[in-house]
Write a protein that binds this ligand. Structure first.
Ligand code: SF4
Length: 485
């Protein structure tokens, strides 16, 4: 089942509704969302996950590797990163990554092919060429990286040259994702990220010349000094580069949570109406230029794997956003990395000290995690179907999970009726469909099926008591462009 295309009517309804229906909410790169993971779980959670994973038939694996270092701070950033110019720090980190890989791989079936890998950060290209070679050699020692798999890396165009791009190709990367945010010099000045267009174009050209299968650009709207007209000029420049994929994230200004954002002038931020105009005009422009709206900030050219997977109903979500390969166990390596293994989520320690300390003791650096219940599995599937394919086929869900949908989700169906009245979904016998308008507010639709949000709403809010009572973390607001959650 494919998702219906966006049209002018959907965008105009969205403009009218967006102020009343809050589109904010979890990004659902996992369910339960990462803020629901329990602090300090017993290591047996991770061991059980790896053992269960080993017992499975040798199905493919996905792998995420986090390199936390950056040379400069970007003021908007909410990622888990370490700002340093001391490149000696990465040498030590690489050696500990090797220890972690050995511990994880020691419990895995090494016949399982890694068909998807992603290096994120921070800035993975902070590593020098020898360190990158070393990390890739370690990965190849401990895991079976499929030669024809999807192997991607986030790069900072300010930090790579032609030689570095050639090295990435030589190491087996075939997809690159470039942070851009905005090409406007005044915006770049305000966010402390000076990145001339020509510099980015040189990296994109190099990626194409070297045969990378996909080039993806990340933009952010809602930054200081942006207007629809000025951001439109950035979109002109982006379109000249014709990336295969585009992410257009909303900036969430939360200076009480992310200290670097205190250096952003709040008075220069676009008002809510202007921010909405930027988003709507960007969607109009990109779709008019042939890009497919995948959902939740993501666009792709029609022949890109993501757009093809969406047309064929195979699209899924994982920690990198939308993916064609999200049905597999995912191993997370490095600080704060999240793994999704055999029905458990595990997240590594967020600081270098905790990460190194655990590995010095010869144990996996687990900090948080959760074992999914049968209800979590059911709701994860429903939320994934809504966000990726825009439709729920109720008889199929009932058969797979042995439930009566109407009885199990009577409260949710009542909430959906309200969203149907606003035109976000269509409820028919045996099927719930997200409308083109609903696709623009799809997290609002998905939230209806989030058991944890529903439970929160049903009891007095006391995050501190919740943390003390059941070990869950208080709700942490995470900017939408964060790659960690
Ligand atoms: S946006 Fe990227 S490069 Fe900038 S500080 Fe954050 S992680 Fe580092």
């Amino acid at each position: 089942m494919t998702s219906p295309a966006l049209d002018r009517r959907a965008l105009s309804d969205f403009r009218a509704l967006a102020g009343r229906i809050d589109g904010n909410g979890p990004r659902y790169t996992s369910y339960p969302t990462a803020d629901r993971f329990r602090n300090g779980p017993d290591l047996s959670l991770y061991h059980d996950a790896l053992d269960a994973c080993r017992a499975d038939a040798p199905a493919p694996l996905s792998l995420y590797l986090h390199i936390p270092f950056c040379e400069n701070i970007c003021y908007y950033c909410g990622c888990n990163k370490i700002i340093t110019r001391d490149h000696g720090r990465s040498a030590r980190y690489v050696s500990y990554l090797g220890r972690e890989m050995a511990l994880v791989a020691g419990r895995l079936d090494t016949r399982r092919q890694v068909i998807q890998s992603h290096w994120g950060g921070g800035t993975p290209t902070f590593l020098n060429p020898e360190e990158m070679r070393r990390v890739m050699a370690l990965l190849n020692t401990h895991f079976a990286l499929a030669a024809d798999g999807e192997h991607s890396i986030e790069i900072d165009p300010r930090r790579v040259d032609q030689d570095r791009m050639a090295l990435l190709a030589e190491l087996g990367f075939n997809r690159v994702s470039l942070g851009v945010q905005d090409f406007d010099p005044e915006v770049q000045q305000a966010i402390h990220r000076i990145q001339p267009f020509e510099e980015t174009r040189a990296v994109v050209d190099a990626a194409r010349a070297l045969g990378f299968r996909s080039v993806s650009l990340d933009l952010i709207y809602g930054l200081p000094h942006q207007t629809a007209a000025r951001f439109g000029h950035t979109i002109d420049q982006v379109l000249a580069l014709r990336p295969d994929r585009l992410s257009v994230y909303s900036y969430a200004h939360l200076p009480h949570v992310f200290k670097p954002q205190r250096r952003i002038d709040e008075n220069a931020l676009p008002p809510a109406g202007e921010k909405l105009d930027i988003l709507v005009s960007t969607i109009e422009r990109l779709t008019a230029e042939g890009y497919v709206y995948i959902g939740m900030d993501h666009f792709a050219l029609p022949d890109d794997d993501l757009a093809v997977a969406q047309r064929e109903g195979r699209l899924q979500r994982n920690f990198q956003g939308y993916s064609t390969h999200a049905g597999y166990d995912q191993v997370g390596l490095g600080i704060s990395a999240i793994g999704a293994i055999a029905g458990r989520y595990v997240q590594n320690a967020r600081t270098l000290d905790d990460y190194y300390g655990a590995l010095d003791q010869g144990r996996l650096p687990l900090a948080r995690g959760v074992a999914m219940t049968a209800d979590d599995h059911l709701r994860r599937e429903i939320i994934g179907d809504l966000m990726c394919n825009g439709v729920l086929e109720l008889p199929a869900i009932e058969a797979r999970h042995g439930i009566d949908f109407d009885r199990t989700f009577s409260a949710e169906l009542a909430d959906l009726d309200r969203l149907a009245a606003d035109g976000l979904v269509r409820c028919e016998p045996g099927r719930i469909t997200v409308t083109p308008l609903g696709r623009l507010l799809v997290r609002r639709v998905a939230m209806v099926f989030d058991r944890y949000l529903r439970d929160d709403a049903a009891r007095p809010v006391d995050n501190g008591a919740r943390a003390a009572n059941d070990g869950a973390q208080p709700i942490r607001i995470v900017p939408r462009y964060s790659r960690v959650v």
